[in-house]
Design a protein around this ligand. Sequence first.
Ligand code: GDP
Ligand code: MG
Length: 440
Amino acid sequence: LSDRLTETFRNLRTKGKLSAADVDGTVREIRRALLDADVALQVVKEFSARVRERALSDDVNKALNPAQQVVQIVNEELVGILGGEQRRLAFAKTPPTVIMLAGLQGSGKTTFAGKLARRLEKEGHTPILVAADLQRPNAVNQLQVVAERAGAAIYAPEPGNGVGDPVRVARDGVEHARRQQHDVVIIDTAGRLGVDAELMKQASDIRRVTQPDEVLFVIDAMIGQDAVNTAKAFQDGVDFTGVVLSKLDGDARGGAALSVASVTGRPIIFASTGEGLEDLEEFHPDRMASRILDLGDILTLIEQAQQAFDEEEARKVAEKFATDQFTLDDFLQQMQQLKKMGSMKKMLGMLPGMGQMKQQLDDFDEREIDRTEAIIRSMTPAERTNTKILNGSRRLRIARGSGMTVTDVNQLVTRFEQAAKMMKTVARGGTPNIPGMGAM
Ligand code: GDP
Ligand code: MG
């Protein structure tokens, strides 16, 4: 018995496994959807290779239908790349906690500085903003406005007093914060429109003299395909401990999140979602994964793939009916499918002239499937392929093996033979006359 069980399970496992063609088709759609969501090509390639590998491996969840399996794998991989668990801001053991911001000009650093200060105040901290962006004429002024709106303190260079050296302003700002007993220092820095060596040197100098607990790389979620190069340049030039994804409101599809997290391996900590001070959210990898899935319409695409899969199955089954190759193994597989995804109705619906049978299937009893399964599993491969060899002693052995009566076995065999005959007529284009279809 145990040999046969092993055999049966091996069969089930291969049946539950996705075919390479199923997986390739679905992965192709996922690639397209991710590219539509602005995920960088390189990341999309790596990602789909991994999903393909996993979907074809033995580690798929057999309780799910093929489409659900792919969705689950895609979702898990997305969440994994996005950092898995939500990562919170790290605070220093001895205050002040120093948080330095880095990123291109216009990425949203100054806006984020205000939002973060506001949030920290609400949580009972005493943050101070440090204006270390002396590049743009109006930058200090802008931070002053932001600080005022956020109700936060600010350290800015006095005009004519050491102006021009952002590294020194940053260092003095941290000293000032320590003296004034602010427990968090947020250093706003300058950006360029593009990555350049001078910007990187300045930022890495600021990092060196202030020894921040967090260096947050702020990146515009709308940046699209450029996200990878920008993130890499900042990682090489300054390095950072976490990412802030800004402008995630509006049309941003979040692809940048995946690109940045994937190429840098750094966690995304916050999402900035608007111009208002309150538009700040902690970043949740699982939510972003569903956002990316939704926005790429991947779920719809997968449903379509699944439908194609069902149609293909139905076509194969119809072919078997027509050519008399329909066996109890196929019957069992149908039963399992029926239980797993309720698709037999759908498949029967695809065959011509199956309307009335579909109706009967609506009253289908699931326990009946279990009994049928038990009986078929107690049969040898030869018995499943050819019911004609089922003599009395074989039927008795099967009944004992499955815990059913010989009458149960007889009924199943009769039903199967009737169904196969009937289906053959249908598949060849005739009109079926269905006797005793109650339990098929
Ligand atoms: P910085 O140069 O990196 O300091 O960028 P800013 O903070 O000055 O932001 C540049 C522009 O983007 C400003 O017009 C901001 O109002 C806008 N901005 C910043 N963050 C967001 C956001 O999350 N959503 C939207 N819609 N706009 C933002
Ligand atoms: Mg700024």
